[in-house]
Every structure is written in structure tokens, then in C-alpha cells.
Design a binder for this molecule. Structure first.
Ligand SMILES: Nc1ncnc2c1ncn2[C@@H]1O[C@H](COP(=O)(O)OP(=O)(O)OP(=O)(O)O)[C@@H](O)[C@H]1O
Length: 790
């Protein structure tokens, strides 16, 4: 049977179990002396002996909260769990049992103190944590609701590198043992108790060396509870398996080999249950706990004092001068009366001894060595981990049809909405027309469709040019409303009934003719009366610009029409600036084409953020992430497995978005389709990695939503998607250039509308910028997963 050392003392599990042996003061004294001699002569380093324990905790301090208002949970706690023992961890709700266990499994860090697990410190190569040597059942269910019992157990079996055939055999056994229902039933449809038993089965599936079970018997009926305990006793018999178990049912821990009674951040006692009952002269463990609590409340926190109040005291000669002993100072501190020691000595040398019999150190199991090869050290991912993770991620995503429909439907709706709603010319804008030149009762008045020039005298007689103009205007904006007076038109425009008011003076055509034919004689009156007087509602700049453009273009078109009637050069009456065919882009400005690249990338980026952070957060909040990390999976493996599965989704989303944008809605694409696709995909990848960061930083869905939303709006505003970067404040321009979507949007726009290839700096800088952001986000999330612990 395995044994453990406790600051120089070595005891065996048989001794812990053997409670029938009569104990006398003499045997205790002899034992103590022998133990002290051993301690001084043979145990030069307690570190080596601590490594022999399944778990050894020394001077553990853990607090939550800030340094100013700390909530101290562990207050110098010592704990020793020998190999092959069942260790029952007892204590009131909220005393820190779960905190202690999560420190042991390496998911939380102590503020100070030390922990050894299976021969090493958690996280170090020699320890069993994290890894398959440990089986961890956390307090929450920590299972995938969508999975069946069988799939759940296969997942955990694969993580532990078990062959599927072996997993199947274990599943049959565990289903029998834990009286689980049909293994094809989904976890989410099981009762609370059945879910907890499935969770226990997941911890037992690979027959680990160290089982850490946080309240495994909650919601379990007494008969089944007994059979679970019988199984624990059975597996620990051989000495290979050690169990640490917390429970609220104090009574069931009678079957434990040792129980630790936890209160006030320490152990009130750490003994065999029968020994505790005997020593404290109690009827039950509850009574022991009560007695110890009362004594602790009296302010006597050290176990030696507590024991002294309750049991017989054995005064021993004062300890030899500690400096004469080859022990570290810290170790002297430990043996001077901390809980967790089987020998407790006050600084004055008073000793209270528990009746343990030493076991030779030679018979201890071999110390676990760090056996990681160089290749294993540098290899970031294990095949069996990736197999289990990808399988799990794939099915948890694709099994839920509602989620899949939403994931695919969202880009479709976004793209359709964008292409139908954004960037098109506003039409049907109400324009108030006041035409003093014509007596017509409709805005479109009749006019002569002949040249107003007398071919004999070459004299011009231009009339009703306002009517020519209005006809051309109506081809651009057809909602012309005729008003009798300027006052009436202005009144309605100021009440929102018209976006512009156009006034033609009574001698508009004559004055215009004078102005054009002989500008030198055109006085101010002539100029003023030849103007079309425009009053615009400038509330909406886009609308105002477009109306402005229509009003001016309609005049040019009317003038060109007149020139054509008179066989004059077409542009004779136009402004002397001629806009040739654009170098890039369309003749008619199209905001959809401008915003398209940014919108496509934003849709892909933020859908990936939502999907990744959502699934990571769900995994974390359900405790699955914690459990997976304890079982040896690394943050890198988790992230890459998500990337691989979600890449499928993202490829599908990108194809949908590009197809809708370019094929269905005809957005301009003159550039290389291959590079356009690559840029879209790596932007999605960038969104995924940002989603990882969000899920690592945020603890709840709500904070993740706030962070994702909080980053969405600035990115849309600052990345040049809806407004050119050049128009921003200079400081914002600098910020904009380093944001993940700015360069890629510019790059995509250049490829689509300018047809530029990857060799152009504007294009490849978008790829480089996105690549850098992927690396930054990925590294940040791997580091956060590794180091962000409580
Ligand atoms: N992340 C945290 N931040 C702040 N306080 C915490 C955190 N986790 C736990 N605590 C506090 O630490 C104390 C110990 O919690 P813990 O879950 O370890 O207790 P426990 O003994 O396992 O309780 P129970 O038996 O009810 O599960 C509680 O007061 C709890 O509120």
C-alpha cells in the first residue's frame, strides 16, 4: 500500500484505515520520538517526500477581491492526500472547497503557498495536471447538452487517448455502475441527477490515477450513492487510484480514508473519520465538526491548540535547536503546528500525535518524472486531442439546425438589405415649382420644339425655356409640384412638404437669352432674372447633393437640347468643364459600390466574431472549457479546433455574400476574384480570432455583447466604410489606419473597382494588415487562455 510523508513522518494507508489498534500515551511518545529521529536523520528534504503524495498543499493562501477588501478563502491551509486514499473534503457551503480543488487542478492560482500533484506542481511537465492522469468532475455539470451520453463519454475517452473500442467497453461498465439511462439520450434531456452521473462517468471513463470529484453525489439516491462509494473504495484498493471528493453529506465520508474538515480557510482536522470520532469522543462526524467549529470560534485556530482542548495532551521535551537540524526554515514552520500535519508541535515543543505507523520510504511508489521529449515540448497540438475537439465542435455546431439556419440566413439578409437599401439614388423627391413665366396649371408646360433663332435675321427669340428645363428635370425627379406663388411654395417647403423650391421669373427666357448672347450688356437685373432661383432643404446632405446635381444636369441637358435644335455645337451653352469617362468606377456615382467592400468585410468579420465568441463563451460558462483544460487540452488546441470547424461556416458565408453582392446585385467587380475571395476569408479568420479574444476577456455573454457591439460601431465609423478616411479628423485618421478593417477595405475596393492586382501596395497592404491582426489576436487569446486564472 502506498504511503505518504507529512513533514518527516511517513504513514501508510493501511495505518490510516486501521483504527482498531489501541493507542496509549506510551505508543504515541515512542512514535513521536521515532518519527522525529527519522525526520532529522533521513529526511533531508521534505520536497522530495511531498512529491510522493498524490496531492500535497502547503501554506496555501487564496483570496478573491482586491488587496484593500480581500475575501480570504484559503488562509495558510495545508493538505496531504496520500496515494491510494479516498480523501473526503468537508466544509460548509462557501468555505472554499471548490476553490481549493480548482487550485489543485491548476485552474486557479494561489496567492501564496505551494501545491504538488502527482509529483509535480500543476502545469509543470512532471505533474499529472493538466492531463489524463487526472479525472475531474467539476461542481457544475460541464457537459455538452447537444451530445448523447455515449458521445460525451467518447469525447472524454478520446481526449485521454483511449481507443474507441476501449471507450465502448468502459461506457457499458459505467452505464451499469451509475445506472445511466439509454446512452443514445441527449444530455440536455436528462434529469439533473442523471446529468451529474454522466459527468461523473466522464471523469471515470479513462480510469485516472487521481480523481477529483466536486460533489458527485448531489441528487443521487442513497442506494446509488452507496454503489458509487463502493466503486471508489474498490478502485482505491490497489493503491493506484486516489480520490478527492467533496460532499455535503458528511455521513457518507465515513467510507473515506481521510477527511479534511475545512473552516475559516483552514482544516480543523485532517484525519481518518473513525479516529476523529474516537478522539473527539463524538457520536458522528457532524458532532466532531461542530466541536471543532466551536473551538475555532473561540479564536484558537491552530490545530495543536484545538486538539489540546479536546483530547489528551502529551508534553514532550523541547525540540532541539532547529538550526542544528538540516531543515529549511519553511519546513520548521510547517511542523510547528499546522493543520495537515499528522504531527503537530507547538513552538514550545508540545506535541499531539495521531496514531500513525511509519512506512519505509523505500516502499513508496516511484516519483513521477518529467518525461517529455523535445518533440513533445515543442509540439503545440496532439492528434487525439484535435480529433476529439474537431469532432465535438463539428457536431455541436451542425447538429443544431436552428443555429445553422440563423448563421447562414444572417449574411443573406444582411447582404440583401444592404444591396437593396443602401447607395441608390433617392427618387420621387417633392420639388416645388413656381413658374411666373408660364400660365400653365401643371408643372410641365408646353413649349415650341423648334429653334428660337430667326434664320433670316439671326435674331434669337427664346421663350418658355423654363418649360424645356422642367421637362428635363422631370426625367430625373418626377415629383414636381406647381405652386402659384413663391410664398406658398416656401411655406410648404418649410413644413417639410418639398425638398427644394425652384422659382422662374416672368422674363426668365428673355433675360437668359440676353445673358448668353451678349454678356457684356447683361446687367444685374438681367443676371438675376435669368437665374433659376433654388431654395434647398439641406437637412439631408445626401439628398441635397443629389438634387443639386439633378438641378444642374437638367439645365445642361436642356441647353444641349436647344443647341441641337439650332444646329449649334452641343456644349456651347454648358459650363466649360468637361467630365470625361472616369478612370475607374462608373459614370453615375454609386454609393453601393463605394460602401460594398467595407460592408462585405464587416459582415464576414462580425459574423465570425459573434459565432466564435458565442461558442467559446458557451463552452466556458458551461464549465466544458475548464474541464477540457484540466484533462490536458491546451488553449492552442481549443482555438485551432474552433478555427477548423468554423472555417467551414465562414467559407459558406463568404460564398453567399460574394454571390449575392456580385452575381445577384451586380456590384462592380473588375479585379481578381481569387484574391478577393482570399481577402474575404482571411478577414473572417481575423474576426474569429477577435472573437476568441472577446470570449477570453469577458466572463459573461452580456459583457461579450457589449465588447463586440462596442467594437463594431467604432470599426464601422472609422474604417472608411461609410465615409472616406481622408475626411476624418487627423487623429482619427491615424487610428483608422491601424484598425483591422481599414486597409483591407481599401484593398478590396481597389481590387473590385480599379481592377488592381496583388502586386499593388494598396492591395497587398490590406492582406498584410489583416495577417498581422490575426497573429495579434491569436497570440493574445492563447496567452489569456493560458494565464487568465482566478
Ligand atoms: N471567482 C470568484 N470571485 C469572487 N469570489 C468567489 C469566486 N469564486 C468563489 N468565490 C467566493 O469564494 C467563497 C468560496 O467559494 P467556493 O465555491 O470555493 O465554496 P465551496 O466550499 O465550494 O461552496 P459549496 O459547497 O457551496 O460549493 C465563496 O464565498 C464564494 O462566494
Amino acid at each position: 500500500m502506498t504511503a505518504y510523508d507529512n513533514e518527516g513522518a511517513t504513514i501508510s494507508m493501511e495505518d490510516v484505515r486501521d483504527t482498531d489498534r489501541p493507542i496509549t500515551i506510551n505508543t504515541i511518545e515512542e512514535e513521536l520520538i521515532a518519527r522525529r529521529n527519522r525526520m532529522m536523520k533521513t529526511q533531508k528534504s521534505t520536497v522530495a517526500s511531498r512529491k510522493q503524495q498524490a496531492v500535497c498543499v502547503r501554506r496555501a493562501h487564496k483570496r478573491y477581491g482586491t488587496a484593500k477588501s480581500p475575501n480570504v478563502i484559503l488562509d495558510g491551509l495545508n493538505m496531504t492526500v496520500p496515494k491510494g486514499a479516498i480523501y473526503g473534503l468537508l466544509g460548509a457551503s462557501g468555505c472554499g472547497k471548490t476553490t481549493l480543488l480548482s487550485c489543485i487542478v491548476g485552474r486557479r492560482r494561489l496567492n501564496s503557498g505551494e501545491i504538488w500533484v502527482l509529483g509535480g506542481k500543476p502545469g509543470s511537465p512532471g505533474s499529472g495536471v493538466p492531463g489524463p492522469r487526472i479525472g475531474y468532475m467539476p461542481q457544475e455539470v460541464a457537459l455538452f447538452g447537444e451530445f448523447t451520453i455515449r458521445e460525451t463519454l467518447i469525447y472524454f475517452g478520446w481526449i485521454a487517448n483511449m481507443a474507441t473500442k476501449d471507450v465502448e467497453e468502459r461506457i457499458d461498465f459505467l452505464i451499469q455502475l451509475l445506472q445511466l439511462p439509454n446512452p443514445t439520450r441527449q444530455v440536455k434531456n436528462l434529469s439533473g441527477g442523471q446529468q451529474r452521473r454522466t459527468s461523473l462517468a466522464a471523469a471515470l471513463i479513462h480510469d485516472p490515477e487521481l480523481l477529483i470529484l466536486d460533489e458527485p453525489t448531489v441528487g443521487v439516491d442513497p442506494v446509488l450513492r452507496q454503489s458509487i462509494w463502493d466503486h471508489l473504495v474498490e478502485i482505491t484498493k490497489g493503491g493506484r487510484t486516489t480520490v478527492i471528493i467533496t460532499t455535503h453529506y458528511i455521513d457518507e465520508t465515513k467510507q473515506a480514508n481521510i477527511i479534511g474538515l475545512m473552516r475559516g480557510g483552514r482544516f480543523l482536522a485532517e484525519e481518518a473519520p473513525s479516529e476523529l470520532i474516537r478522539r473527539y469522543n463524538a457520536e458522528s462526524l457532524e458532532e466532531v465538526f461542530l466541536k471543532l467549529s466551536v473551538i475555532q470560534n473561540l479564536g484558537k485556530r491552530r490545530r495543536s491548540s484545538i486538539l489540546a482542548d479536546v483530547v489528551e495532551k502529551v508534553e514532550l521535551p523541547t525540540m532541539p535547536d532547529p538550526s542544528a537540524i538540516d531543515l529549511e526554515e519553511a519546513e520548521i514552520g510547517e511542523i510547528s503546528g499546522e493543520f495537515g500535519d499528522n504531527v503537530s508541535m507547538s513552538s514550545k515543543g508540545r506535541v499531539v500525535v495521531t496514531p500513525d505507523v511509519p512506512m519505509p520510504v523505500e516502499s513508496l511508489p516511484p516519483e513521477e518524472k518529467a518525461t517529455r521529449s523535445f518533440v513533445e515540448t515543442i509540439k503545440p497540438m496532439k492528434w487525439h486531442h484535435m480529433k476529439a475537439l474537431i469532432w465535438k465542435n463539428f457536431w455541436s455546431l451542425f447538429r443544431n439546425f436552428g443555429v445553422i439556419a440563423f448563421i447562414m440566413g444572417l449574411p443573406v439578409s444582411q447582404m440583401v438589405f444592404f444591396c437593396l437599401a443602401i447607395g441608390h439614388y433617392p427618387v420621387g423627391l417633392p420639388i416645388a415649382v413656381v413658374n411666373y413665366e408660364s400660365n400653365s396649371t401643371t408643372p410641365l408646360c408646353p413649349y415650341e420644339k423648334t429653334c428660337p433663332q430667326d434664320l433670316a435675321t439671326y435674331e434669337w427669340n427664346l421663350t418658355d425655356f423654363s418649360c424645356v428645363y422642367l421637362e428635363f428635370l422631370s426625367k430625373r425627379q418626377d415629383n414636381l409640384i406647381l405652386y402659384p406663388t413663391k410664398e406658398a411654395a416656401m411655406y410648404d417647403a418649410s413644413h417639410g412638404k418639398a425638398r427644394a423650391v425652384l422659382v422662374f421669373h416672368s422674363n426668365f427666357s428673355t433675360c437668359l437669352q440676353d445673358r448668353i448672347t451678349d454678356p457684356r450688356r447683361a446687367d444685374l437685373y438681367t443676371v438675376k432674372n435669368s437665374d433659376i432661383e433654388a431654395h434647398m432643404d439641406d437637412t439631408d446632405k445626401q439628398v441635397e447633393w443629389m438634387l443639386n446635381r439633378d438641378i444642374q444636369l437638367a439645365f445642361m441637358e436642356a441647353a444641349e437640347y436647344l443647341a441641337k435644335l439650332c444646329d449649334l455645337p452641343k456644349r456651347i451653352m454648358s459650363i466649360p468643364v468637361y467630365f470625361n469617362k472616369p478612370i475607374y468606377g462608373l459614370d453615375v456615382p454609386n454609393f453601393t459600390d463605394f460602401a460594398g467592400p467595407g460592408v462585405i468585410l464587416t459582415i464576414i468579420f462580425f459574423l465570425a466574431v459573434a459565432l466564435t465568441s458565442g461558442s467559446m463563451l458557451a463552452e466556458r460558462n458551461e464549465g466544458i472549457l475548464e474541464r477540457s483544460l484540466v484533462s490536458g487540452i491546451t488553449g492552442t488546441e481549443i482555438l485551432f479546433s474552433h478555427v477548423m470547424v468554423q472555417m467551414l461556416v465562414m467559407i459558406a458565408q463568404s460564398v453567399i455574400v460574394l454571390f449575392l453582392g456580385f452575381v445577384v446585385f451586380g456590384l462592380t467587380m473588375t479585379g481578381p476574384l481569387g484574391w478577393v475571395t482570399v481577402l474575404t476569408l482571411i478577414t473572417g479568420l481575423c474576426g474569429m480570432t477577435f472573437g476568441f479574444v472577446v470570449s477570453c476577456i469577458c466572463d459573461t455573454d452580456r459583457t461579450a455583447t457589449y465588447l463586440a457591439l462596442g467594437s463594431f460601431l467604432p470599426m464601422v465609423l472609422l474604417c472608411g466604410i461609410i465615409w472616406p478616411v481622408e475626411g476624418m479628423h487627423i487623429v482619427l485618421q491615424w487610428i483608422s489606419y491601424v484598425l483591422p478593417l481599414t486597409k483591407s477595405t481599401e484593398s478590396l475596393r481597389s481590387m473590385l473597382q480599379r481592377g488592381w492586382s496583388i502586386s499593388v501596395p494598396t492591395v497587398y497592404s490590406g492582406f498584410i494588415s489583416t495577417g498581422i491582426w490575426i497573429v495579434v489576436y491569436l497570440t493574445t487569446s492563447i496567452l489569456l487562455l493560458k494565464f487568465k486564472k482566478g
